[in-house]
Design a protein around this ligand. Structure first.
Ligand code: NIG
Ligand code: FE
Length: 410
């Protein structure tokens, strides 16, 4: 077992405090990591001797971001669709078929290479946990392939065979429903932790409430946890369905009525509302009112939804800045939602908060305070603190700060 002490932390944000924001900000703190686990947190002056040390030079340290919603296994490009949207074209999910065709045509190696690049991109922006959905294969083999490749990078994989009805089944939805709840689910389930469905009322590109209910029930029977894309394109049944079935998360929540907010508040221990403001930004949609949800007692997560259609960004700091600027969240609420909140939406207690015994998933900010995540929009100040890479080899506990922090040389 090897131990590393992190010192020089101007502001340690544990996301495990008490009080209205429960952010748990500590100054002059140090953290000891044993292998992959947080072993000790306390005053820097009391830090125990360790095998190695890292001095972060007065920066802020936070839990690594938990990005609980992404569609990262895809090939192809839809930049022109985005450009058309910026001149007024609405988003209706129709472009998903373009990505399905490009993804089916890509080799395993190509998909793996593209995914690896996106994973290194998001780690460079401070994300340590990523949920990855399938949903651009939509055949048994292509969905299994996407999940197998995703599994090489994350244990949080989600079967999204019910993303859209693929073109070859356009005249026979019932047959696709049978496939997605039968042989495709059976083949995909061993590689997935979750099942998700794109639920919208009366949309040819998504699944209505009855279809989504049937799909989620089949997923639950196969042992998968439930997630829902709901209330994205307009008011819809997704939120109520997610709450009724005890889903861990209902994502988007762009168009909510009072009954939806009430249902989410009543289900706050079970079902998290995952907000994806990057999607509203990239589709020119209205932002959900997060302040209203928080006031009602709803559990909130923030995630990127990184995908080639509605938000091709893997930046959690950008999502935080949008949440603060556009959705009425404080910087503290937004950081909590991007860490502990999104961990809750994945039903994980070992990530999202820096407490003894949790995974040592830390991100460091090139800033003195977490507030800079929103205060410096678009500036890449967050990065994963990779202890294995950054720890100097042979030092005991650090004394004077090094002239050049290990972080500066990355
Ligand atoms: O979360 N709404 C469904 N799925 C994605 C978009 C997929 C795409 O357009 O390629 C989303 O927004
Ligand atoms: Fe999505």
């Amino acid at each position: 077992m090897s131990s590393t002490v992190i010192t020089g932390i101007n502001e340690l944000v544990t996301c495990d405090g008490t009080g209205p924001d429960s952010l748990g900000v500590r100054s002059n703190a140090a953290v000891v990591i044993m292998d992959d686990t947080v072993a000790w947190i306390g005053a820097a002056a009391d830090a125990p001797a360790c095998d190695t040390g890292i001095d972060v030079g007065g920066r802020a340290v936070i839990p690594g971001f938990v990005d609980s919603h992404s569609h990262l296994v895809f090939a192809g490009d839809r930049g022109l669709e985005f450009a058309a949207r910026m001149t007024g074209q609405p988003y209706d999910g129709g472009g998903i078929g373009v990505t399905v065709a490009a993804t089916r045509a890509a080799s395993d190696d190509e998909l793996r290479r593209l995914l690896a690049r996106r994973i290194s991109e998001l780690r460079a922006l401070g994300t340590t946990t990523i949920e990855i959905k399938s949903g651009y294969g939509l055949t048994v083999d292509d969905e299994v392939r996407a999940l197998q490749i995703a599994r090489e990078f994350s244990t949080e994989t989600t079967f999204l065979g019910a993303h859209v009805v693929p073109a070859e089944y356009a005249q026979d939805r019932a047959a696709y429903l049978e496939l997605v709840t039968g042989p495709m689910l059976e083949a995909a389930a061993p590689y997935a932790r979750w099942i998700d469905v794109f639920c919208e009322p009366h949309s040819s590109h998504a699944f209505d409430a009855d279809e989504a209910h049937h799909i989620l029930k089949a997923g639950a029977a196969a042992g998968l946890g439930l997630r829902v894309h709901g209330n994205q394109l307009g008011p819809g049944p997704g939120v109520q369905l997610a709450v009724e079935l005890g889903a861990a998360s209902v994502d988007h929540c762009t168009f909510l009525d009072d009954a939806d907010v009430e249902a989410l508040a009543a289900a706050a221990e079970t079902t998290v509302a995952t907000l994806l403001p990057g999607v509203e930004f990239c589709t020119r949609s209205p932002y959900p009112d997060a302040a209203r949800l928080l006031a009602a007692g709803v559990s909130i997560a923030l995630a990127t939804d990184c995908n080639p259609g509605t938000c091709y960004s893997s930046s959690m700091p950008w999502v935080i800045s949008l949440a603060v600027r556009e959705m009425g969240m404080t910087p503290a609420q937004a950081l909590l939602a991007a860490t502990a909140g999104s961990a809750k939406s994945l039903r994980r207690t070992d990530i999202g908060r820096l407490v003894v015994g949790n995974r040592a998933d830390l991100s460091v900010l090139d800033a003195p305070s977490y507030v800079h995540l929103a205060y410096r929009p678009g500036v890449p100040i967050a990065r994963v603190l990779d202890v294995a890479i950054t720890a100097p080899q042979a030092s005991a506990r650090p004394s004077a700060p090094p002239s050049e922090s290990p972080l500066d040389s990355r």
